[in-house]
Ligand binder design. Structure first.
Ligand code: DP6
Length: 361
């Protein structure tokens, strides 16, 4: 690769969906390596709805690494991006693209710079988790570009260093992030529990309660919780381990009743732990609480759960209906309780892919 050689650009594009945790990750035992205090389980959404699409390009003409998110340049100086880039570069292999006449030796990747362009197919302002999809996609696509061995466990471990929840978006279906025991994080990675076709009755609906950016980021919120919440230790050491086993069984057996009870209980405990933080963190608002009541009353009146709810670090509700029929009833109930003119739910439009998401499981 000398200055006299013709310039070239090698590109790769990938797409990763976001995921929603049904047993939450909250709290790190190692901030730099992003090692969690407990295992977590999530469901990966259908990529047609909430996903990131990333194109990465390498060329000897690029003087530095650069990245654009939704068309706007962002800084790559953060430690997390750098960790992902470093780990992928370490594993880069020779590339021999005969069609384009491009040959890259694995040692050349250390000197080659990359340009990264990433787009979310949902409004970033909607306050829906985008880092999981974005970082998973970045790692996956860089891996493709640099011909890294497609070991999903290892890719997930690298994505983890970009954002914890991103490690679960490497797979579809239901996914477990095993916290691991090693201090170097080598065994902290995600595994697929079942693929996307295992439980294809489920329908996921996301009700956007507020499109405002959250006040406390997950990263700083969980740091405060680790430092101040006495409840977190009990959750991580006593509650979550047994919940993980029960959730794995519920998923394996498509047992919606257990699945819904565990999902709702874990969301509620996660928010209890936030409240137990000093100063307390309030991610849900009155509308979120009204949605919980609506679902709880409905489930109680049916005698068996029809819908599960879960809330991440914000007020938006993720509702999981047991099947399409229940999802239709749920939408009717939501529209009845929150008529669009009330403007309580910021943007509540049927069929809008940004808020109505079918897991396609
Ligand atoms: C509430 O993965 O965004 O969504 O690792 O600091 O980047 P960092 O945090 P992040 O936290 C997600 C927290 C959560 C629960 C979950 O997805 O398990």
């Amino acid at each position: 690769m000398g200055a006299t050689e013709p310039q070239w650009v090698l590109m790769a594009t990938g797409r990763s969906p976001t995921n929603i945790a049904v047993i939450k990750y909250w709290g790190k035992r190692d901030e730099a390596l992003i090692l969690p205090v407990n295992d977590s389980i999530s469901v990966t959404l259908d990529p047609d709805h909430l996903s990131a699409t990333t194109t990465v390009a390498a060329s000897p003409a690029f003087p530095s690494d650069r990245m654009w998110l939704n068309g706007k340049e962002i800084s790559l100086s953060g430690g997390r991006f750098q960790s992902c880039l470093r780990e992928i570069r370490k594993r880069a292999r020779d590339v021999d693209d005969e069609k384009k006449g491009i040959k890259i030796k694995k040692e050349d990747w250390e000197k080659l710079h990359v340009h990264i362009a990433s787009y979310n197919n949902f409004p970033t302002a909607a306050g829906l988790a985008s880092s999981a999809a974005g970082l998973a996609c970045l790692v996956f696509t860089l891996g493709k570009l640099m011909n890294v061995n497609e070991d999903y466990g290892e890719l997930s471990s690298i994505a983890r260093q970009g954002s914890g929840s991103a490690c679960r978006s490497i797979y579809g279906g239901f996914v477990k992030w095993c916290m691991g025991k090693n201090d170097d994080g080598s065994d902290s990675m995600a595994v697929q529990l079942v693929n996307e076709s295992h439980w294809d009755d489920l329908v996921i609906i996301i009700a956007v309660v507020s499109s405002k950016q959250k006040e406390t980021s997950s990263t700083s919120g969980m740091r405060d919780t680790v430092e101040t919440s006495p409840l977190l230790q009990y959750r991580a050491q006593t509650v979550v381990p047994s919940r993980i086993l029960k959730m794995e069984d519920a998923i394996k057996n498509r047992d919606f009743e257990s699945f819904a009870r565990l999902t709702c209980a874990d969301s509620n405990q996660f928010h209890a732990v936030c409240l137990d933080t000093s100063p307390p963190i309030f991610y849900m608002n009155d509308t979120s609480h009204r949605i919980i009541s609506l679902v709880e009353k409905w489930n109680h009146s049916e005698g068996t759960p029809q819908v599960a709810y879960t809330f991440d670090a914000g007020p938006n509700a993720v509702l999981i209906a047991r099947n399409r029929k229940t999802a239709t009833l749920l939408l009717q109930r939501l529209l009845y309780t929150f008529p669009p003119q009330e403007n309580d739910l910021d943007s509540y439009m049927l069929g809008d892919k940004s808020i109505l998401s079918d897991a396609g499981l």
